[in-house]
Design a protein around this ligand. Sequence first.
Ligand SMILES: [Mn+2]
Length: 321
Amino acid sequence: MRNVKEVTAALKRYNNFLITAHINSEGDSIGSQLAMATLLKKLKKRYIIFDNDPVPKSLRFLLGNEVIKTRLTKKDKFDVLVSVDCPTIARTGKVAPYFADAKRVINIDHHVSNKKFGDILWVEPDMSSCGEMLYYLYGNMGVAIDKRAALLMYVAILTDTGYFSYENTTYKTHEIVSELLKTGIEPLWVGKQLNETKSLNDLKLLNETLNTLKLHYNNQVATLYTTKKMLRRLNLHPASAEGFVNYGRSINTAKVAIFFLERPDKPGEVHVSFRSNGAVDVNRLARVFKGGGHVNASGCLIKGSIAHAQKTILPQTKLFL
Ligand SMILES: [Mn+2]
């Protein structure tokens, strides 16, 4: 594990940290940021967590999530910026301009598309999640993982492995989870927190989104979309659309699923998520549009309408089938 030692040294040396992750927060980004914060707290360091988006409802059971800010004030000072689970600076959204203010930038990530930014780089594309990386980081620093920290890593790993069903799941992932569970985590309780937090409007949004589901190219590509109109009418944040792309991937003939999301806070821009069943490298596909991610899960941004984004992306997808 290259560079975990450099990360360890920097965490010991400096005192004021800003922790961030990618836009559209999910289990790995939130769990890993909070696990990093917990580690810093144990080392008696000061930290701020600053994200582009609020914590999704389903993750608000994680202790400490309430300190995550979506706005900084002049009082919020830091020397070192720790970026976790983020392949590019731009993917942090409104946090991106703050990278220039840091004396040191630490880049901890597992995306194969990581652009290797920052002063201290620790990138492990073979690891399932940043949650897995945080487990090794605690070990390297000699900090014991208590139940609270273990839960954060457990949720991060569960999310990014699709509950141990994605290709990135290894025997090592299971070994780590085995250690985490020894702290007394109750999987039934965690599963309930993560999956049984939907409002009626969340399900109405899913219903409207599934109505847009279409198959293309001999049923090999599934598309679906959520518009800002749907979100506004149901009074929901874009985080409610998290995971919708997986409904496209669940179709037995689909090699690629593409989900288009219009964010009310980002006019004139469409966020595109790709998921693959393994036959297509959607990291490469997303890179055609200056995006990226993992082989089976990636994303990009397209300027314009959803209709325009579909017209742009579908013919390119066909070339990857
Ligand atoms: Mn991740």
